[in-house]
Design a protein around this ligand. Structure first.
Ligand code: AMP
Length: 188
């Protein structure tokens, strides 16, 4: 059973790698960013509440995220394992996830940190802006997202290291090299 958290800054390749691994392991890839973007596209109440934060590169308030994650993990396809991508994003979310997992009697195996230098991140995100047209990939928002990452998300690296759950992977390599490294971590 594989249950993984993907940490790492925007542009580190979390989405790409989480998607590939989830397919290999036949488990759901749960990306809070994807769920939010689909809510924005469908103009749900959640999407309307989240959009202005996303456009600015700020974190969406925890109270909107936590129910969303609880609901997603309660869908039966997540009983056989999951990969969380983009959640938790700050300390209160990590504490919430611990309590939720205890409640639903699940254990997370590892938190994977994809390590990529800042200048590579900015270049990758600008490329994604040009190729995929994600509106929050413009230069100003990218800088804000990296700052938010450093202030709010990076402290989770220590949080999971202290609990002996952290694995750091060099992410500035080809997609397939990173996938191979990840497969070794989870033993497939
Ligand atoms: P991502 O696709 O993970 O880069 O997320 C895109 C945007 O969605 C972020 O910049 C945030 O505005 C929002 N978002 C995604 N996941 C979370 C989360 N766990 N907590 C708060 N905001 C989030």
């Amino acid at each position: 059973m594989t249950r993984l958290i993907f940490l790492g800054p925007p542009g580190a390749g979390k989405g790409t790698q989480a998607h590939k691994l989830a397919e290999l392991c036949k488990i759901p890839h749960i990306s809070t960013g994807d769920i939010l973007r689909s809510n924005v596209a469908q103009k749900t109440t959640l999407g309307e509440q989240a959009q202005s934060y996303m456009d600015k590169g700020e974190l969406v308030p925890d109270q909107l995220i936590l129910d969303m994650v609880r609901d997603r993990l309660s869908i039966p396809d997540a009983l056989g394992g999951w990969i969380l991508d983009g959640f938790p994003r700050n300390l209160p979310q990590a504490v919430f996830l611990d309590a939720l997992l205890l409640d639903i009697q699940q254990v997370c195996d590892r938190a994977v940190n994809l390590d990529v230098p800042d200048e590579v991140l900015v270049a990758r995100l600008l490329l994604r802006f040009r190729t995929e047209g994600r509106l929050d990939d413009n230069e100003e928002t990218i800088r804000r997202r990296l700052q938010v990452y450093r202030e709010q998300t990076a402290p989770l690296i220590d949080y999971y290291r202290d609990r002996h759950q952290l694995v750091s992977i060099e992410g500035d390599r080809s997609t397939s090299e990173v996938t191979e490294a990840l497969k070794q971590v989870i033993g497939i």
